[in-house]
Ligand binder design. Structure first.
Ligand code: SF4
Length: 348
């Protein structure tokens, strides 16, 4: 075992987290769900979602048998919805191709939707004790600082260097503890903005700490100006219900439910016409910005109350959504925000 692993495991024995919900009864299913939820999301945010998700889908067959709407509904608010769609797709594949058992090797795990090399490594190491390295965001930060590896970790050259280090440090013994330990160190001590170096087992050996250059690692993503797009979201209201449409399963907000949209307020009339709806009253609500990884979206919500209609929502594509008794479907973040503010906007 390397000195690095020994130091880390000693620290883990004293300070590591051992009571996280996915650390009890470690099955590949439970670890997989936690690993996917923890991508881009903090532990404290993940815990209530994890309990709710496991409560509704306690096993891979229960998840495979669910509808995509049910899965997306439980994911509402966590963001990066491709994760939820991939979870569902993977559960179906595990049932169909692997008799309901998760494969044990990194290579096989990587064939499942949404499981990359690091997540596969974590599942293999934690659940099967396989000698496999991981390199999630926390581990990248610890290794970049420890070895003073410059460059943005998203760059393939930097990433390859970090993987080399991760592989060479991973011990043969206590692999599950080591995997948990290195994630814990990044999450609790070597944090992004205020690393607690005096509490770190690598205080004496960390290159960035010794050189006083911690702030330089990991290297920042090269800045580029984000484009700005805009849209009008139409909140069509009738008897306390609003019209929602299901987005195509591929692409932005795939499979989630959202308001009908048009490019500008000038095109609202033709949108209503195409929906065969007759407007009674229109109110423009405050505009706000939603930021994606690659662009900003300026959203102008417009509330339109309509004349009573016999038009029936097309099943599976449209829904009249009762705001006071919501359906279990996945909503986009802007829709959740607009719906939460709807009663106040009515009072204006
Ligand atoms: S010494 Fe500080 S910067 Fe280096 S790994 Fe530990 S916490 Fe991170």
């Amino acid at each position: 075992m390397t000195g690095f692993a020994e130091h880390l495991l000693d620290w883990f024995d004293q300070h590591g987290r051992k009571t996280l919900p996915w650390q009890a009864n470690k099955t590949p299913y439970r670890v997989w769900i936690s690993e996917i939820m923890l991508q881009q999301t903090q532990v404290a945010t993940v815990i209530p979602y994890y309990h709710k998700f496991l409560g509704q889908f306690p096993s891979v067959d229960a998840l495979a048998a669910a509808t995509e709407d049910e899965v997306l509904h439980l994911w509402t608010g966590l963001g990066y919805y491709a994760r939820a769609r991939n979870l569902h797709a993977t559960a179906i594949k595990v049932m169909a191709d692997h008799n309901g058992e998760f494969p044990a090797t990194v290579n096989e795990l990587m064939t499942l939707p949404g499981i990359g090399r690091s997540t596969a490594g974590a599942i293999a190491a934690i659940c099967h004790g396989t000698h496999a390295a991981i390199l999630d965001g926390n581990v990248k930060r610890v290794l970049a600082r420890y070895f003073a590896i410059g460059g943005w970790p998203g760059k393939s050259q930097t990433q390859a260097l970090l993987w080399d280090k991760a592989e060479s440090l991973t011990p043969n013994n206590r692999i599950a503890d080591y995997t948990q330990a290195i994630m814990d160190l990044g999450a609790t001590v070597c944090t992004r903005s205020s690393p607690d170096c005096p509490e770190c087992p690598f205080f004496k050996s960390c290159h960035a700490r010794i050189n006083g250059t911690i702030g330089q690692y990991p290297g920042k993503k090269p800045k580029k100006t984000m484009p700005v797009k805009s849209t009008v979201m139409l909140i069509v209201e009738l008897n306390g219900e609003v019209l929602l449409q299901k987005r195509p399963s591929k692409g932005l907000w795939g499979g989630l439910w959202s308001f009908p949209e048009c490019v500008s307020v000038e095109t609202i009339d033709s949108l209503l016409q195409s929906l065969k709806l007759e407007e009674l009253e229109r109110t423009r609500l405050p505009e706000f910005r939603h930021t994606f990884t690659h662009y900003h979206l300026d959203i102008e919500p417009v509330r339109v109350s309509i004349r009573k209609t016999n038009r029936i929502a097309e099943p599976g594509v449209e829904i009249w959504f009762d705001v006071t008794a919501p359906h279990p479907i996945g909503l986009t973040k802007p829709v959740t925000k607009i719906l939460a503010e709807l009663p106040a906007s009515r009072a204006r």
